[in-house]
Design a protein around this ligand. Structure first.
Ligand SMILES: Cc1cc2nc3c(=O)[nH]c(=O)nc-3n(C[C@H](O)[C@H](O)[C@H](O)COP(=O)(O)OP(=O)(O)OC[C@H]3O[C@@H](n4cnc5c(N)ncnc54)[C@H](O)[C@@H]3O)c2cc1C
Length: 392
């Protein structure tokens, strides 16, 4: 499990039980069996099996159908899924098992929770999060027509966009950013394109269109005003923490792999690892791992308490993904010609990390959030209880 002592001590027997169950289910062999074609996306049965084993929504309280294990429950599942070494199911799990559950659990209209949450937790209703407007094109909007909303939106790079039954769509409504739940089978929802991707291939990524789509106004899952910003930030912050953990776990696995390789491979009469240039780079990568684990533990504690977490987690996501990508690149070089071949373990992880650079918001966006929020705190003379707590 994520190596830090704080996380280790926070684990209860129920977390260990979830970890064992998730590791037993999410094996590379099982994922291969779930794939509908070699190297492609997993089929519906994957989500139903994950649901049957209680891997979806483990963070939610038991009263809402979860396992009552909080964000640590989601981190435990992220740890287990890292053993398949494909970022697709990882990201799909974060959307299905955390983001969608958080939207439904906090929806202003409680009947949405009763209607949809059980199906999401069982993996029978597959969810996707539709955020990204294709650059330079018109903004996604919703307008009111009595008690109905009419959506006009296009969303790119949506994880599970082609397979999903439920879409959580970011639109501008009444001049404010809003998330609206749209069922896939209502008229006007169309999958325009399924992308061919570099990594994260165990789930699809699609361009989804919402053309004059009509849904009841009660399907707004976000709240208005400041409450909306707080809730949105809280959901995205959890997602970014999970992505930081994914990157940290990939970094650890890369490091183990490359230290073993560089210890055996002889060059100029000594192992690759004993050349100072390599030794220094690997020592730095080892220090990065310590920092990542400490940062994840700190973020976990912040999310448990009342202090600000939004800019810290954005900075953490940036750090973990940035340093893991650097290590993957170094590993490809240290594997020599093998690092260029498609079956290279380092290249495989590098491909997943390319996806994590964009998922949950780009690396530049993470820097922007960290920079603005932390500068705002400094200008207002606030500690980490200040501006970050407001935007948490
Ligand atoms: C694996 C993967 C999964 C994804 N999953 C989803 C999903 O489930 N749902 C969804 O809606 N989207 C998803 N995305 C999309 C992802 O959120 C976006 O790709 C990301 O937010 C960047 O947006 P963009 O592609 O429009 O690029 P742009 O916004 O055009 O950004 C491209 C680059 O421009 C630069 N840039 C951007 N903004 C600034 C700025 N303010 N200042 C300076 N430079 C800037 C940065 O270098 C940035 O990396 C996913 C993407 C990937 C790769």
């Amino acid at each position: 499990m994520l190596g830090n002592r704080v996380i280790g001590q926070a684990m209860t027997p129920a977390h260990h039980e979830l970890l064992a169950e998730a590791r037993a289910l999410l094996t590379p062999a099982r994922v291969t069996a779930w794939q509908t074609e070699p190297g492609g996306a997993v089929g519906r049965e994957a989500w139903v099996e994950m649901g049957a084993h209680g891997l979806l929504g483990a963070a939610l309280p038991r009263a809402q159908g979860g396992r009552g294990l909080g964000i640590l429950g989601s981190l435990v599942v992220a740890d287990a899924v890292s053993q398949i070494q494909d970022g697709g199911v990882m990201l799909g799990l974060h959307v299905q098992g955390d983001v969608a559950c958080q939207w439904l659990a906090g929806a202003p209209d409680e009947s949405l929770r009763e209607r949809f949450l059980p199906g999401v937790l069982r993996g029978e209703l597959l969810a996707c999060q539709c955020d990204t407007d294709p650059a330079g094109e018109r903004e996604s909007t919703a307008v009111r027509d009595g008690e109905t909303l009419v959506l006009d939106a296009r969303k790119a790079y949506v994880i599970n966009g082609a397979a999903a039954d439920l879409c959580f769509v970011g639109v501008r409504l009444d001049g404010r950013p809003t998330i609206v739940l749209v069922e896939r089978d209502v008229p006007g929802v169309r999958v325009r394109l399924v992308y061919d991707k570099l990594g994260t291939r165990t789930v699809d990524s699609a361009l989804v269109e919402f053309d004059g789509v009509r849904v009841p106004a009660s399907q707004v899952v976000s709240r208005g005003g400041l409450g909306q910003i707080l809730h949105w930030n809280a959901v995205m912050t959890r997602m970014r923490l999970l992505i930081a953990a994914d990157a940290c776990l990939m970094h650890r696995s890369l490091l183990e792999h490359i230290v073993a390789h560089a210890g055996c491979r002889q060059l100029g009469g000594r192992p690759l690892v004993s050349w100072p240039v390599n030794l220094h780079a690997l020592a730095r990568a080892r220090a990065d791992l310590e920092l990542m684990e400490a940062g994840i533990a700190d973020a976990y504690l912040r999310l448990q308490g009342r202090s600000g977490a939004m800019p810290e987690v954005a900075a953490l996501k940036w750090f973990c993904v940035e340093r893991a990508t650097q290590l993957a690149e170094l590993c490809c070089d240290l594997e020599g010609g093998a690092g260029y071949m498609l079956d290279s373990p380092s290249l495989r992880i590098y491909r997943q990390l390319r996806g994590l650079r964009m998922a949950g918001g780009s690396q530049t966006t993470m820097l922007t959030i960290g920079n603005h929020s932390l500068a705002c705190r400094a200008e207002l003379g606030l500690g980490s209880e200040g501006a970050g707590a407001v935007t948490r």
